[in-house]
Design a protein around this ligand. Structure first.
Ligand SMILES: NC(=O)c1ccc[n+]([C@@H]2O[C@H](COP(=O)([O-])OP(=O)(O)OC[C@H]3O[C@@H](n4cnc5c(N)ncnc54)[C@H](OP(=O)(O)O)[C@@H]3O)[C@@H](O)[C@H]2O)c1
Length: 295
């Protein structure tokens, strides 16, 4: 069997197009476009690239982008004050503070200061708690993007065995809750899990969010499974540029899986598409409008 390659780029482009259509409709009703504020502290090159793509995607969908680039000497108080200002700014529907933050700033305090209604990353404890209790919430973008891909591939997930490898607050845990919400039978594995290959072998759905180069091998995958690889790991190459690989040994896994996401071009593009979606949803909720349909 050679697995179908799940095209996250195409799926993300389709979602961004749909978001753009809803943005136009929102503007007619609310007499303003949805707005996303991004906050970048310091000059980490990878973070700068991510934030630039987020700002570009925001503008492409017709939303307003408010980019705040602060020096890496910014104090926690200064950043908290900016977040409070953005909370109070009526033009801003979503606030994204790019992580990681410099050492002098406590990321948890910053996240706790963001208005949960504008928390388009879905990291605030209010949103995490609402997701855990099955209430409407803003859901972290990466796992939400994975869920979209899984629904697109498999349709109804009811009763399927899903194994999520990784239990971080931003990927693994919300991923598990989303799968549970779709009636999958969910196992969350982590660094202390015993006999991980056997646990993964049970899965109809494998979501790998570990951050270890090609840790999940082909012989861990059940024949016909659907594999979502969240990992983004840079490995050195002879030309010095490096290359991105996932947490799953793609070529091996593709021999047995039914469908698998590549790295890059799988989950990565979906994360930004979901950020656009979350900003649009936050704008609708703040304006007292029903959630946009089909997203
Ligand atoms: N595509 C995207 O847009 C996107 C977005 C976010 C993250 N990522 C990528 O996804 C990966 C995971 O991100 P994250 O933020 O969730 O990472 P993280 O916070 O470092 O969490 C990694 C998880 O993997 C588990 N783990 C580590 N080694 C393991 C092992 N040998 N066996 C089983 N589990 C193991 C850890 O278990 P313990 O809890 O026991 O330590 C932890 O729960 C990274 O490569 C990251 O770059 C991609």
């Amino acid at each position: 069997m050679t697995a179908k390659r799940i095209d996250g780029k195409a799926a993300a482009a389709a979602i961004r197009l749909r978001v753009a259509e809803h943005v136009a409709a929102f503007e007619q009703k609310a007499e303003r476009a949805p707005g996303l504020a991004t906050v970048l502290v310091g000059e980490d090159p990878a973070s700068a690239v991510y934030v630039r793509s987020k700002n570009r995607a925001t503008a492409e969908t017709g939303m307003v982008s408010f980019a705040h680039n602060l020096p890496d000497t910014t104090s926690e108080d200064e950043l908290l004050q900016l977040v409070l200002d953005l909370n109070a700014d009526e033009r801003v529907d979503g606030i994204l503070v790019q992580l990681p933050l410099p050492n002098q700033i406590d990321a948890a305090r910053v996240i706790a200061t963001i208005d949960p209604a504008k928390d388009v990353d879905g990291f605030h404890a209010i949103n995490a708690g609402r997701l855990a209790t099955g209430q409407d919430s803003l859901v972290p973008c990466t796992p939400l993007g994975c869920l979209y891909l899984l629904r697109q591939e498999l349709g109804d997930l009811t009763g399927l065995d899903a194994v999520v490898v990784g239990r971080s607050n931003i990927v693994g845990k919300p991923m598990a809750l989303l799968l549970l919400g779709d009636n999958a039978t969910v196992t969350v594995a982590h660094s202390r899990t015993r006999n991980l290959p056997d646990v993964v072998r049970r899965a109809d759905i494998v979501v790998a969010a570990v951050g270890r180069v090609e840790m999940i091998r082909g012989d861990w995958i059940k024949r016909g499974a659907t594999v979502i690889d969240v990992g983004i790991n840079r490995i050195p190459t002879d030309d010095g540029k490096g290359r991105l690989v996932g947490d799953v040994a793609y070529d091996e896994a593709a021999e047995v899986a039914a469908a698998i996401t590549p790295v890059p071009g799988g989950v990565g593009p979906m994360t930004i598409a979901m950020l656009m979606r979350n900003t649009l949803v936050a704008a609708h909720r703040r304006a007292g409008l029903p959630d946009p349909e089909g997203l």
